[in-house]
Ligand binder design. Sequence first.
Ligand code: AGP
Length: 606
Amino acid sequence: MCGIIGYIGDRDISSVLLVGLERLSYRGYDSSGIAVISSNELSIWKKAGKIQELSRILSGMTIHSNIGIGHTRWATHGVPNDINSHPHLDSSKKFCIVHNGIIENYLELKNELINDGVLFRSQTDTEVISHLISKYYTDSVEEAFQKTIQRLKGSFALSLISEYLPDQILFVRKGSPLIVGLGKNENFISSDINAILNHTKEVIYLEDGHYGSLSQTSLTVFSEKGKKVTPKISSINWNPEDSEKQPYDHYMLKEIHEQPHVVRKIISKYVSNDNKINFTHLNGLDLSNISRFIIQACGTSWHAGLIGKYLIEQYANVVAEVDISSEFRYRRMISHGNDVVLAISQSGETADTLAGIHEAKSHFFPVLSFVNVKNSTIDRESDGVVYSHSGQEIGVASTKNFTAQLTSIYLFSIFLARVKNVMTPEEADKHLNELKKIPEYIENILNQAEKFKKLADKYYLSNQILFIGRGMNYPSSLEGALKLKEISYIHATGYAAGELKHGPIALIDSKLPVVCIAPDTSTYDKMLSNIQEVKSRKGKTIIIATEGNKEIKQYADDIIYIPKTTEDLTPLLVSIPLQLFSYYVALNLDCDVDQPRNLAKSVTVE
Ligand code: AGP
């Protein structure tokens, strides 16, 4: 997803902007650029490719300026090339804009501007903004900016600098996140905390629709209706080193290895010493009469939702439907009464999930969200929140936060069962005591990393891999397939094993590796039959089984053992070998593990 950084102050402007862009790079991008005003003149440098390409152009230059903006672009309209990179200028080269989001009415605006005689240089939607500001400018940049943003439809976080206003950065936050960082005699603006955390911990999460101006010593913010507001200042308790990857080669590997700590941390946050579960941010959401959850999420979070369905129904005897957010948001909202929409999101900024929340609230559904990033839009717009406390997740492929989501949902399901009085304290204790063993079980698997490297060496040249599972490990098969495809670009599909005979079995031959997720569960025998179906068609079986299960070895070309645990907790263990397998396959293929091609850490556009 695109990233915006802006700075006004006395530091070396190019290093503040370039380092800021590097820290935004985890969001996913394909080009970058900066612009500064020096001696009242706008200068701009931008380049397709990695940020190193841009810094190569700037190396050796001394830029004397105290105001500038920068951008990492994740292409939506127009191919990734130099011209389509941001920042974008108007024809007079007096206005310079960077943008995160999509201008949905850009074609209408572009045609209007072309009729006015404007010559467009790029294929982007963003360029219409700089020309529109120029069109409206008479003697006030602020007024021209306001008139412009009133005409824009869609999502847009914008930062503007202009030769007519050389000591201020104008900004607006609409649909895409934007924060202000407050310093001593310096100020920052950014798409997320990462880019400015090494300079300041005092930030303002701009509200949707808010716009204003930032100088070196002042900040003015207006609401969408033009009323001056005093924004809330938040202090960040993250440390910059949290987002360093040492001693690991990649953030993804670091985050895989953080998982035992993450599970322990979540348990300590939500479970007291006498095994009482307490969620402190439900904000009065009454769950005692709930009759249905509608879970909506995207990608890995959707997989967590699918597992959540099993847990909520199994433990609390409450119906839990699950929908992909991009489908949910356009579906008819039918209330049965006592429904709660449950959103799951790591970033708290996923456009489809946020739109699902807006739809739900417009139909008076209360919204409970499981979210990792505090003060994210989803955090702020939900009625109740359960934080997944996984810490900052930099790798685009979600790993530790998936485990955090499962752990939080597991605790929530027990909590709900107790609230509805359908689980005894003794049963709850049994579940919680088993959960407390999970960190050690994960460590046990992590210590076998060498095995997953060897497995990757054996299968990394496959051109497709099938993952199959049953019950709660059907979503595990989906997640395993997603991990592999998103970082190694090998085509991978997850399937309910019971579906094999309904089509996928046609794929099976001696060249197709099939990851068979077959821990000790109530559907183990059925999985064994599916494995034999695969074997009898010469498929290669990579079996995930429970330690001590010798019987299954005869059907395995390769076998991965996980520690024995209760059925409901197997997904927490199954995902670890699959994360490591994908990681090493991607490494063997020289893929960019932390920033896979075409992907973004947070999909803030539809
Ligand atoms: C997972 O590895 C992917 N990065 C992606 O599927 C992600 O889970 C999805 O975009 C949802 O993101 P969110 O949890 O931040 O809403």
